[in-house]
Design a protein. Sequence first.
Length: 463
Amino acid sequence: MPRRTPLLRGWAILLPAVAVALAPLALTRPVGDPSPWLHLRVGQFLREGGRFGLPDPWAPFATHAYVPTQWLPSIVVSDLTDRFGLGAVVWTRDLGIVALFVAVHLALRALADVRISLVVSSAVMLAAWPALTERPQLLGFVLLAPVVALWQASARDGRARWSLVPLSWLLACTHGIWSLGLAVGAVCVVATPWGRAGHRRMAGVWVASLAATALTPLGPRILATPFAAGSNGRQFVEEWLPSSARDPHVAVALGLCAVLVALWLFQPDRPPLWQVLLLLLSIVLTLSMQRTVPVAALVLAPMVAAAGTLRWGSLDRERPAPATERWALLAAVVVAALVALPLSASAARQEPAYVPQALQAPLDALPAGTRVLAEGDVTGWLLYTAPQLRPVFDLRIESYAPDHVRDYIDARAAEPGWQSFIAKTAPRAALLLESAPLAGALQDESHWTVQARDRGFVLLVAP
């Protein structure tokens, strides 16, 4: 191949670094997800020495002890928010998205040239985009990217990566997505040749990673949390429902599956069993529910990058030294963090989405211990800004019996029998959308009165 000029060689460093450094200019926006308020309250509660159990410290109708699987980012961001204001939530989202791109890109650079890596990394970001909100799961994706890449690297060369053990521990302190990291590891261990050197050490890494997960501050009970959360989630939560190929981010993930199969068809050798099983797992993750589409993209990315390299070879034989690229990207992340500071502070001065801030004063005026029936998405904000109140239902859906969740949904829609739910839960106030059928029913049939209105919400009090 003809020798490339230093300018052409340097673009492999400059293009990703500049894109990362300037990313906050395009990413920064006011808080737009209902969940961070709940996690701020969880972090605040844990920092104050609180502990979850039964009876639940916040909600009178919770029947299952809440397990704060996202305790580490909740505590950290809660502390940052107390120190620097709501801009800390915006800033951590910007930094999390930047860190995710860098983590994926660096993992792929070990397998492919910069062009293949940039294309595949961008596809991962597109597939994950709807999930890249102000939630602890964003940090979970950042940690899952190297976990998945390291397990696949071990399956590829038979070398055990013991760094997976502390990574798995940290991931288990961050989000319930740790279970999918172990699932990828199990596929890589079981489906690689058992007689190969290093296989026993790979199995040892998986067992040690499972043990590390059980040794987080939550203890062994964390191992049951994916099943507890999923039981209600699959019935009632939109992001737990099956995804549709018509959604753009789902189409991107399925496109990665199709590209991988097409690349395999051009290979002289069949793909190993572990890759075939991971492809099937990725298809299941993509189609089974919306919340696992990003995980599917993270699993597919290293295989697509490796197959692309086998198909086209290295396009930058004289690529910059990996250490040079890593340092350039690290410097770009630091610049991005600095760029995001004033942007985040400005975004925090704008009203967050789906939050009736003008109703905080009348909520504060309600007596401590008042039971409140609130729209599900606003209950996190209610718990954070009015902790003296007691919601009859909140975002921690895994803490409630399915019958209670179903009755709550029916009551909000003013379905027949809604009066029974009101009688059973005995709320003295309601924070509802003005357009909600229950808001009209409470006023017309039960003579509740309007206390205040804001941004499409109405605060009602019982007679």
